[in-house]
Structures are given as structure tokens and as C-alpha cells.
Write a protein that binds this ligand. Structure first.
Ligand code: COA
Length: 258
């Protein structure tokens, strides 16, 4: 078990907690691999009726670990990050997220695969792919415009500026905004309620809700992952990661975009 990902199953609720608070729960390849395995276990375990994901220490996750991206960029479609995204898109059981603090990159895009999302009032969502020299992942280039419309999706993806829990609620990314500190308890209460529902009906309801988009989601993810892997090797991405690690503003003026 990876020490930064904690899992536990009790009372029908399978909990996945991202627990690397000193790095704002940034996700490494090992952590993605552990989460992909955890989702597979949750789906296979009859004692697990609902899956809940959250972050420790007041943040959801700062997204991909940028050191890891520089040192070990995912180079194939079966890299842990893509295995995790695939497991998310194919999860059969209800998937619930409790979001406090920052939800950056995959921290926001994974929410588009959740069935229910609860956020704290001061939670901040960010889709920084373009400003990191990257491109959208997790089928967000399909799922975000479906929720938010093209113009708002373009604004969030092109500027990569943080947006509030209130806006996430208006865009249909989250179900409810709770007082800070009450998110996990509320999410757990909703999860417990789901455990009392007929599990097969929930599984089939989820399947039906996603059926029309499922093939398109898979195709989009595969296409996005190819582009994303190419962009990870781009000079713009390398400049953006170096700038973050050196705590300075990136300079993209040398790159012409062709
Ligand atoms: N990868 C690696 N390390 C990260 C990280 C990431 N994605 N996000 C945060 N950290 C590290 C910081 O380097 C810092 O480490 P240090 O204490 O050793 O210097 C520590 O976590 C705390 O982060 P800090 O930036 O000081 O916290 P903050 O509250 O000022 O800002 C964020 C929080 C999340 C807004 C900011 O850290 C950030 O923008 N992170 C990058 C997010 C990102 O671009 N993710 C990739 C998405 S594809």
C-alpha cells in the first residue's frame, strides 16, 4: 500500500483518502497506481456499495506532481495516470467526492466522473493545463463543455484561473456547497444513505446515465492522452514546470506555437 493513499471500507463505504498534505496532496505515479488498484478493488468487493474520495489536511489535491512529470513523464497509454483515469471512467459503483481547499488539474477533471460532489465554501478549482504548456485530460475537453457550454469551458481551460465552489455549483460540477469543515461529514452521510439503496439499481442507474457518452468518453481520453504525452515533452511544458519549481513566472515568449 502506497503510504500517501489511504483506503478503508466500513459500513459499505469504500474510502480513498489522498494523504500527502505537505505537498498539497500532489499526485505521483505511485499514487495513481495505488488509486487505480483501489478503484478496481472497490468495484470487485461486494462489501463496498459506494466509493468516496477526499484529501487530507484541508486540500483535495494540487494535481499531478510536477517534479514527477519532469522526472518520469507518463510515456504510454498504460502509465499509472491513464490507468487511474480509465478506472474512473469505468467504475460501476456510485462515486462521491468531498472537496476542500485546492482541486487543481486532475483534482477538478476527476470530478467530472463523479456521481456526487460536495465542496467546501472556500474550495478552489483550477484547470491549469494550457498555462502549463499542456492540454486537457480525463475527457474534460468533452465533459466540461457538456456541463458548462463551450464559452465557459474555454474560459476555464484557456486562462487556467482558479474558480470558486459557487461557480462550480452553477456549472453543475458540484452538487452542494457546504460550510468549510463540514464537507466530509456531509459526504459520508450521503454515502451512508446510498448504501441503504438497492445496489444493483444504483449500478444500473449509473450505467444508464453514462451510456450515451461512454464510447465518446473512451475515445476522447485516448486522443487526449496522446496529445498530453506529446505536450509533456514540449519546451513550453518544461519551461512551465521549471518556473513552478524555481518559484518564478514562466516566460513563453520564445515559443511561437507552430
Ligand atoms: N507538484 C509538486 N509539488 C507541489 C505541487 C505539485 N503539483 N503543488 C504543490 N506542491 C508543493 C510545493 O512545491 C510546495 O513544496 P515546498 O514546501 O517543498 O516548497 C508545497 O507543495 C506547498 O505548496 P505551495 O505552492 O507553497 O502552497 P500554496 O498554498 O501557496 O499554493 C497551489 C497551492 C496548489 C495553488 C500551488 O502549490 C500550485 O499552484 N501548485 C501547482 C499545481 C499544478 O500546476 N498542478 C499540476 C496540474 S496538471
Amino acid at each position: 500500500m502506497n503510504s500517501f493513499i489511504r483506503t478503508a471500507c466500513a459500513g459499505g463505504v469504500f474510502q480513498i483518502e489522498i494523504d500527502r498534505p505537505d505537498k498539497k496532496n500532489a499526485l505521483t505515479s505511485d499514487m495513481y497506481a495505488t488509486m487505480a488498484d483501489a478503484l478496481a478493488r472497490a468495484d470487485a468487493d461486494p462489501a463496498a456499495r459506494v466509493v468516496l474520495i477526499s484529501g487530507a489536511g484541508g486540500n483535495f489535491t494540487a494535481g499531478n506532481d510536477l517534479n514527477d512529470f519532469l522526472a518520469e513523464p507518463p510515456s504510454s497509454e498504460d502509465a499509472p495516470v491513464f490507468r487511474f483515469l480509465d478506472a474512473l471512467a469505468n467504475l460501476q459503483k456510485p462515486f462521491v467526492a468531498a472537496v476542500e481547499g485546492v482541486a487543481v488539474g486532475v483534482g477538478t477533471t476527476l470530478l467530472l466522473h463523479c456521481d456526487l460532489v460536495y465542496a467546501g465554501a472556500s474550495a478552489r478549482f483550477v484547470l491549469p493545463f494550457a498555462k502549463l504548456g499542456l492540454t486537457p485530460e480525463a475527457a474534460s475537453s468533452l465533459l466540461l463543455p457538456l456541463r458548462a457550454g463551450h464559452a465557459r469551458a474555454a474560459e476555464l481551460l484557456m486562462f487556467g484561473e482558479p474558480f470558486s465552489a459557487q461557480l462550480a455549483l452553477e456549472l453543475g460540477i458540484v452538487n452542494a456547497v457546504l460550510s468549510d469543515g463540514q464537507v466530509i461529514e456531509h459526504a459520508l452521510e450521503r454515502c451512508r444513505k446510498l448504501t441503504e439503496q438497492p445496489a444493483a439499481s444504483l449500478r444500473l442507474t449509473k450505467q444508464l446515465l453514462k451510456r450515451a457518452r461512454q464510447t465518446l468518453v473512451r475515445e476522447t481520453m485516448s486522443h487526449e492522452s496522446e496529445t498530453f504525452r506529446q505536450r509533456l515533452q514540449s519546451p513550453e511544458a518544461k519551461e512551465a514546470f521549471a518556473a513552478f519549481l524555481e518559484k518564478r513566472k514562466p516566460d513563453f515568449s520564445r515559443f511561437d506555437g507552430l
